[in-house]
Design a protein around this ligand. Structure first.
Ligand code: GLV
Length: 357
C-alpha cells in the first residue's frame, strides 16, 4: 500500500499535499487481480501503483466464487490458461486494462476489449528465441526419432539379441532439406535462422507479407508442396483456426514432418493423425494442442513418431522472467492510463495506427 505524505515534511504547501493525497487515494482505489503468484520484486513494483490480490490456486475466472472479486477489478494480469471471455469481461464493469503473461491472446475476447476501449498487453519478442529453440528441438527429435530411441532403451529393448544394425532407427535427413515456415513474426524468423544454421533451405509464407533476407517467400500451396519440414508460427485467430486442415495436409509433400509450437487450434488434429497413420506424413513435433491439457486418448499420442511436449515453448527461467517483467510494465502503463509497451489491440489508443512490434 502506498504511503501518505507526511504533513510536517516542511516542503510542500497544503494545496499540493491535498492534491498528492487525492492522487494517491485514486491510485489506492485501483484494484488489480493477478491470477498467479509473481516474484516479490514485481509485486513490490505493482504495490507502488495499485492494490492487488493474487489468486493462489487455479481458479476459473468464470466461477461464481470470483464474481465479487471481478466486480471491483480495475486491472487483470493473467496467463494463457485463464479464459477471459465475454461473460468474464461482463463481470468486470470497472476494468481499465488486461495484461497477459503470454504472446498469444486467443484466451481473451480481444473484440470485446477493443469495443470497450480497454488495452490488452501481451509479451511478444522476449520469447521468440526460446520458442524457436523448442520448435527446432521438436523438429530434430521427430526427424531423428530421438524419443523413440529413448523409450526403446528404457523399455529394455536394446539387447545383444536385438542389437545395433546399419538400418537401426533410420530417420530423416535435416541438413539440405527444405524448411517451410508458416508465419514470419519474431518466432518464425528465429526458426528460419536456426534452419539456415543447420544448412536447410528456408522458405516461408506469412499473412503479413513480411520478408526476410535468405528466406524465399512463396505461396502457402508452394510451401506445403515443397517443404520437408513445416513449422507453424501463426497467432490463433478466427481466420487461422483450422488453417492446416485436411485439404492442406493432403497437399503436403509425402514424408514431410509438421512442427507446431504456436496453437493447437491452427492444425486439424484428426486430419494430422490420419495423415500420419496412412504414412503420408513421416512425423510430427507438437508443443500445443487444441484442448489443453491434451486428453490421453488423443489419437496423435498413439503414433510412435509424434513427439509431444506440454506447451513449454517459452519455458526457461530467463524467458519466463522476461515475460513477467514485460507484463508488469504493460500493467503499470495501463494503471497510469499510458500506452502499453506491447499492446495487442493498439487501435484503442487514439491517433495511432499499427503497433510497433
Ligand atoms: C505461449 O504460448 C504464449 O502465448 O506466450
Amino acid at each position: 500500500m502506498a504511503a501518505r505524505p507526511s504533513k510536517d515534511n516542511g516542503f510542500l504547501g497544503s494545496g499540493t499535499l491535498v492534491l498528492l493525497a487525492l492522487e494517491i487515494d485514486a491510485k489506492m482505489l485501483k484494484q488489480v487481480l493477478i491470477t498467479q503468484p509473481l516474484p516479490n520484486a514485481h509485486l513490490n513494483e505493482l504495490a507502488g501503483h495499485c492494490e492487488f490480490s493474487v489468486l493462489s490456486g487455479r481458479q476459473s475466472l468464470a466461477s461464481a466464487s470470483m464474481r465479487d472479486e471481478l466486480a471491483g477489478c480495475h486491472g487483470l494480469i493473467c496467463l494463457l490458461t485463464d479464459a477471459v471471455d465475454h461473460s468474464v469481461l461482463d463481470a468486470m464493469p470497472k476494468l481499465q486494462f488486461v495484461s497477459s503473461v503470454s504472446v498469444g491472446v486467443d484466451h481473451i475476447d480481444v473484440g470485446v476489449l477493443t469495443e470497450r476501449g480497454i488495452p490488452l498487453g501481451h509479451t511478444p519478442g522476449v520469447l521468440a528465441a526460446t520458442t524457436a529453440d523448442a520448435a527446432f528441438g521438436l523438429l530434430l527429435a521427430a526427424a531423428r526419432r530421438l524419443v523413440e530411441g529413448d523409450r526403446f532403451i528404457k523399455d529394455g529393448n536394446w539387447r545383444l539379441d536385438n542389437p545395433w544394425s546399419p538400418d537401426f532407427f533410420l530417420g530423416k535427413e535435416v541438413s539440405g532439406a527444405t524448411l517451410g515456415i508458416i508465419g514470419l513474426g519474431a518466432t518464425g524468423q528465429a526458426m528460419a535462422r536456426r534452419g539456415a544454421g543447420f544448412d536447410m533451405s528456408v522458405i516461408s509464407w506469412t499473412p503479413s507479407e513480411r520478408e526476410m533476407p535468405g528466406v524465399e517467400s512463396v505461396s502457402i500451396d508452394d510451401l506445403l508442396l515443397r517443404s520437408d519440414f513445416v513449422s507453424v508460427h501463426l497467432a490463433l485467430t478466427s481466420t487461422t483456426y483450422d488453417f492446416i486442415n485436411a485439404d492442406k495436409i493432403a497437399t503436403m509433400k509425402p514424408g514431410a514432418v509438421l512442427v507446431n509450437t504456436a496453437r493447437g487450434g491452427i492444425v486439424n488434429e484428426l486430419a494430422l493423425a490420419q495423415a500420419l497413420n496412412s504414412g503420408h506424413l513421416y512425423a510430427a513435433g507438437l508443443d500445443v494442442f487444441e484442448s489443453e491439457p491434451v486428453a490421453i486418448d488423443n489419437p496423435l499420442l498413439q503414433h510412435p513418431r509424434v513427439v509431444v511436449a506440454p506447451h513449454i515453448g517459452s519455458a526457461t527461467t530467463v524467458t519466463r522472467a522476461k515475460m513477467v517483467e514485460l507484463a508488469v510494465r504493460n500493467a503499470v502503463a495501463g494503471l497510469g492510463g499510458r500506452r502499453m509497451p506491447h499492446c495487442a489491440n493498439p487501435e484503442v489508443y487514439p491517433l495511432t495506427g499499427k503497433h510497433e512490434l
